[in-house]
Design a binder for this molecule. Structure first.
Ligand code: FRU
Length: 557
């Protein structure tokens, strides 16, 4: 058995990183384990961990004073370094920290293990590279500062600030170690990255959830406390609560967690809102292939009221990330409740998508209108593009709006899109609305008015069937086709640049059209195209990876 201390002296200058402030002591142990020791201080605030995405996952236990303070699953680099991720050591400053690392390889002894490149490429530093702007990094869409992101979580609006938390995997650009990252914006265009607010704990990883502002202190954590409900995902999934007394910048986890348990496997993504009509909180939760609805006076104790979903809509995948709120039907005096149900797979263009149900809700039970629209697997979709998922709304948006943001990717290929330093962005914010076409009601999504004066979009007037082609100097193109006879609007990205990373990527997305289209509003960014017909009656969101951004638009009949 080998038990040798090796001092890995960092000699490489990595990206824009500083020279190492301290050397790391690495001891190679039996059974594919190693211990790395160091003492975080001002010059050694971050441990820069070398990542190679194709390596199998190593398990890292962070140990402080002989207690386990964090566990991470990391694709440690064995043969080459794809990129570095920083582990912020601030909270263990001045202490002796040990990492107990277990490699997922079968090395017969510590000497063999030493050959992995990670040991010589792990550094302590006072900073990490923030200036890494890849060409596919969006210029005005929200994306994480670094590493992996999926669903938007816990969004709320307060005192002029839009708070956006998100499913964040801080130690690599593939899904793992789920936590809540945090960004804030005043204009829905420029986002400031703040410290993450919820990290995994003994109950599990932190999966999706929502936030409310408890103006009347119904939960007893304080007036105006921001209350987060999220899924603790360990061996089982259960619902937990955390509260913030500083406007959402930091949260304390409730000692009585979990507050809601079940014996079913997929039990997640709590979405809470205050329901004025019954003077209580309501909670909607995704449970396998249906939604469960609860009520509460205090956000901690929940009573199940009803279940919705069996035999309605698409059931080709797991139901996830629900939302439920009331909207006026534009051009009438009517109001309707809309239940949002993200589903993966089963979307209209394959993979993940957001279906919706229109109906009524009495604080206890949701009932759909026009049952025939949802029978036999039929479904209505909020966006027919391939890259609109986990759409949920901000709590407390101004002017009674229910502004929504969706994750702009698809589980079919999200982990392998051609970006490295970050993976995934969110859609622009959209205000959902209901409109009538014939005698039916449909959901539309209008770009938030914050974008109106920003000059980010192109609007084209059209009359009758036509093809709108976006292209660049390299001849790459994104083709939008309106077929007035067939009443469809479609997006074809098969010649839009890099598409070959997944066989699922270049499928044409087709949306049904309910009224004649007279205008297309198009938001193009470095790696996305969002198309809104008639101000958002029909929406298609698509990722693209062109050599250079599309800078030309042509219309042909
Ligand atoms: C949806 C989802 C959620 C879950 C989260 C985990 O994309 O699967 O149901 O809470 O992602 O990251």
């Amino acid at each position: 058995m080998m038990n040798r201390i090796i001092t890995a002296v960092a000699t490489l200058f990595v990206c824009s990183l500083q020279m190492p402030a301290q050397t790391l002591e690495v001891q190679h142990l039996a059974n594919n384990n190693a211990i790395v020791r160091f003492s975080p201080n001002q010059e050694a605030r971050y441990l820069l961990i070398p990542i190679e995405e194709k390596s199998p996952e190593s398990d890292i236990k962070v140990i402080c004073g002989n207690s386990l303070v964090r566990t991470l699953n990391v694709h440690l680099a064995f043969d080459r370094v794809d990129y570095y991720v920083p582990l912020d050591l601030q909270e263990w400053k001045g202490e002796d920290v040990k990492l107990l690392i277990h490699l997922p390889v079968d090395r017969t002894n510590g000497r063999e293990q030493q050959s992995e490149i990670c040991w010589s490429k792990m550094f302590l530093s006072d900073s990490y590279a923030k200036d890494n702007r890849e060409k596919f990094r969006p210029s005005y869409h929200h994306s994480p500062e670094y590493c992996w992101m999926n669903d938007p979580n816990g969004m709320f609006y307060l005192n002029g600030e839009w708070h956006l938390y998100y499913q964040w995997g801080p130690y690599g650009s593939v899904w793992n170690n789920m936590s809540w990252g945090h960004s804030v914006s005043r204009d829905l265009i420029n986002w400031e990255h703040r410290n993450p607010v919820l990290m995994p704990d003994a109950l599990g990883a932190i999966f999706s959830g929502s936030c409310v502002v408890d103006h009347n202190n119904t939960a007893g954590f304080g007036k105006d406390a921001v209350i987060a409900l999220y899924t603790s995902a360990g061996d089982v999934q259960s619902q937990s609560l955390a509260y913030s007394l500083d406007g959402g910048n930091s949260f304390t986890k409730y000692e009585g967690n979990p507050i809601l348990t079940s014996d079913i496997v997929d039990f997640r993504d709590p979405n809470v809102f205050w329901n004025d009509e019954i003077g209580k909180w309501n909670l909607i939760l995704a449970c396998g292939q249906e939604m469960r609805i609860y009520s509460s006076d205090n956000l901690v104790d929940w009573t199940e009221e009803s279940r919705f979903g069996k035999s309605y809509g698409c059931h080709e995948g797991v139901w996830e990330c629900p939302d439920l709120f009331k909207l006026p039907v534009e051009g009438s005096d009517e109001e309707k409740w809309v239940l949002f149900c993200n589903i993966n797979p089963g979307g209209p263009a394959g993979g993940s998508a957001t279906q919706y149900f229109i109906g009524d809700f009495d604080g206890s039970r949701f009932t759909v209108d026009e049952v025939d629209r949802y029978l036999d697997g039929k479904a209505l979709w909020q966006d027919y593009g391939k890259d609109h998922y986990a759409a949920v709304s901000f709590y407390g948006a101004p002017d009674s709006r229910h502004t929504m943001i969706a994750w702009m990717s698809n589980w079919e290929y999200a982990n392998i899109v051609p970006t490295t330093q970050f993976r995934s962005a969110n859609t622009i914010a959209r205000d959902p609305f209901l409109y009538k076409a014939g005698d039916r009601i449909y959901l539309g999504s209008r770009p938030a008015p914050e974008y109106n004066a920003a000059g980010l979009d192109k609007t084209v007037k059209i009359s009758g069937s036509c093809t709108v082609t976006l292209s660049n100097d390299k001849g790459e193109e994104f083709v939008i086709v309106y077929d007035q006879k067939a009443m469809t609007l479609s997006c074809d990205r098969s010649r839009s640049g890099i598409t070959d990373f997944s066989q699922h990527f270049d499928r044409v997305a087709v949306a049904p059209v309910h009224r004649k289209i007279t205008s297309l509003r198009i938001f193009i960014d470095n790696s996305s195209v969002e198309v809104f017909a008639n101000g958002g009656e029909v929406c298609l969101t698509s990722l693209v990876f062109p050599d250079s951004p599309f800078n030309s638009l042509t219309i042909s009949k």
